[in-house]
Ligand binder design. Structure first.
Ligand code: ADP
Ligand code: MG
Length: 271
């Protein structure tokens, strides 16, 4: 490949990264219940581009999971539309991968078979499946655990397997709903580092839901804050602490900027 080709492709990559993957327009959601109706979301319009890493922060009950379930296609919004790559998106679709708080691996399938499952559904050929499973096992650091069953893995390892399974099907974007909140503090930090590395390698569009301010500051390129009653977006801005490779988590955590931003975000969430 000539130097010109390379720079052309490089240019294409940047261009693609800037294109909107998903667009939400005027989304609202009302849960109708016997006792009372709940306006869970109102007036949500949002655009995510190719390699966004977006953290959605907000207190419990502000509609984060409802929003994720709508984007995943599990819930129909009361009003508004969603498009993925310009096409209406209204039901679950392999283009939008989901990682939940509790990794929902098939307990009777080995880790490699769990990862392979979505590829079989996509009718990927046997050789290619093998190659992809190996690649993603390695990417999440589980290459030695291919034949293990989920119950033989720790919580963090199961979550890594769930991430590998989602990545393997090559979705346009991945939604993660508080994926590390059930893990102990040490495992959680390791997982945050893993996910950041994975994002750097894959540059997938990630929408990561959390109620943990530190997590958002360490991971996000862009931070969205939601408030409840009704659930809505009140702030949407680039993370000013955008990590550079030389910034370790511990160095970042101990910086004045980090602690100032932390206080600011806590204030914004509860204002
Ligand atoms: P979060 O994930 O930010 O904690 P949720 O999206 O779970 O928020 O909930 C937003 C609001 O919608 C809350 O008031 C919650 O009680 C309500 N809610 C969530 N799911 C349902 C449901 N299936 N039926 C009725 N109300 C719901
Ligand atoms: Mg939730």
């Amino acid at each position: 490949m000539s130097c010109n080709d390379q720079s052309l492709l490089q240019g294409t990559h940047d261009f693609l990264a800037e294109l909107p993957v998903i667009q939400l327009d005027g989304i609202s959601l009302r849960y109708s219940q016997a006792a009372a109706d709940i306006q869970a979301l109102e007036g949500i319009s949002l655009e995510l581009t190719g390699d966004d890493f977006v953290c959605v922060l907000g207190p419990s009950g502000c509609g984060k999971s409802s929003l994720l379930n709508i984007i995943a296609g599990y819930l129909k919004p009361t009003t508004g539309t969603i498009t993925v790559d310009g096409k209406i998106h209204s039901k679950p679709d392999p283009q939008v991968g989901v990682v939940f708080q509790h990794p929902n691996l098939f307990p009777w399938l080995s880790i490699e078979k769990n990862i392979e499952f979505g590829l079989k559904m996509k009718q990927v050929g046997k050789e290619k499946r093998k190659e992809l499973v190996e690649h993603y096992l390695q990417l999440v650091g589980l290459e030695g655990f291919a034949k293990f069953l989920p119950f033989q893995l720790s919580g963090g390892m199961k979550q890594r397997a769930a991430i590998a399974r989602t990545l393997a099907t090559d979705p346009r974007m991945i939604l993660l709903d508080e994926p590390f909140s059930a893990l102990d503090a040490f495992t959680r930090e390791t997982m945050q580092k893993n996910l950041y590395d994975i994002w750097q390698k894959t540059r997938k569009c990630l929408l990561f839901i959390t109620h943990d301010v530190d997590e958002a500051l360490l991971l996000a390129r862009r931070i969205i804050i939601m408030h409840p009653n009704p659930g809505r977006i009140v702030k949407d801005f680039p993370n000013p602490l955008l990590r550079r490779p030389e910034h370790s988590f511990s160095r970042l955590r101990s910086s004045k900027e980090f602690n100032d931003m932390r206080q600011y975000l806590i204030g914004q969430i509860h204002s």
